[in-house]
Design a protein around this ligand. Sequence first.
Ligand SMILES: NC(=O)C1=CN([C@@H]2O[C@H](COP(=O)(O)OP(=O)(O)OC[C@H]3O[C@@H](n4cnc5c(N)ncnc54)[C@H](OP(=O)(O)O)[C@@H]3O)[C@@H](O)[C@H]2O)C=CC1
Ligand SMILES: O=C(O)[C@@H]1CCC=N1
Length: 267
Amino acid sequence: MKIGFIGVGGMAQAIIGGLLKAKTFAPSDIIVHSHRLESYGPYAKAHGLQTAASNADVAAASDLVVLAVTPNVASDVLQEIEAQLVDGQKTLISIVAGLSLANMANVVGENVPILRTLPNVNVEVGAGMTAVAANAHLTGDDLAAALRVFNTIGSTTTLAEDQFGVFSALAGSSPAYIDFFIDSLSRAGVKYGLSKDQATKIAAQATLGSAKMVLESDKIPFALIDQVASPGGSTVAGLLAMEEAGLMTAVVKGIDATIKRDAGGPA
Ligand SMILES: NC(=O)C1=CN([C@@H]2O[C@H](COP(=O)(O)OP(=O)(O)OC[C@H]3O[C@@H](n4cnc5c(N)ncnc54)[C@H](OP(=O)(O)O)[C@@H]3O)[C@@H](O)[C@H]2O)C=CC1
Ligand SMILES: O=C(O)[C@@H]1CCC=N1
């Protein structure tokens, strides 16, 4: 089975990195092409991937065709590969935020099996969170093959398309927000004399462990907060100071802005 990537930017490289680490595909079964040879050529060489001379050549050589370009060029790129997809023998996988199954089918044809996905950057370390929605033509072994791509590099969840906007904010964009939180925690450590490197490792491990506790214990986050905040102790003092500065409101406002922009609102 061959997988081809059209667009080899940050997100495609995160997926490819995860797939190589998980050994889901051999490097020689991964084909790439993007806008500029100077951008995808050295990357392909460094990882032993195949290159194709055009977007259409990627589609011709692949069983799974991953659309990983920016949203503004997605429609033009789909037109370039329509002839390779129209007979319905290959599966189109899109990672493009905001691009619906119907819009893709309008360009490549109604019979093409399509998986709309929204992965997050954590696929690179096998800890991704990916939303998936398949069209009616993607079934059986073909659906399993497309889902396997994302199941081997993290968790997947099937989602109605009208929920992709909120998912994109909560899982697609949130690694940036969580990294912002980790950096803030680390900077506070630096304020009190820790080195940035040590403070970042401490903050990141505390974040990782807290996420594991939420996922693996049967407690909701508020119960875990209570478990940490000893009566009359330091944690409750910190929590109240953070809330006075509006932590929860700041997070929800950030998600509001993310969803608004994803839906086509102004930057
Ligand atoms: N970053 C993230 O965390 C996430 C991103 N996404 C989605 O992934 C997609 C890619 O995002 P991201 O990787 O961040 O963006 P990047 O800007 O890093 O990558 C965009 C890629 O598209 C390529 N490209 C542009 N025009 C063309 C074209 N005409 N033909 C072929 N390739 C082209 C670029 O090529 P070149 O470099 O050669 O110019 C580049 O490789 C977006 O649609 C985004 O919505 C989804 C979930 C998470
Ligand atoms: O910033 C973006 O537009 C994309 C969508 C989700 C994560 N990155």
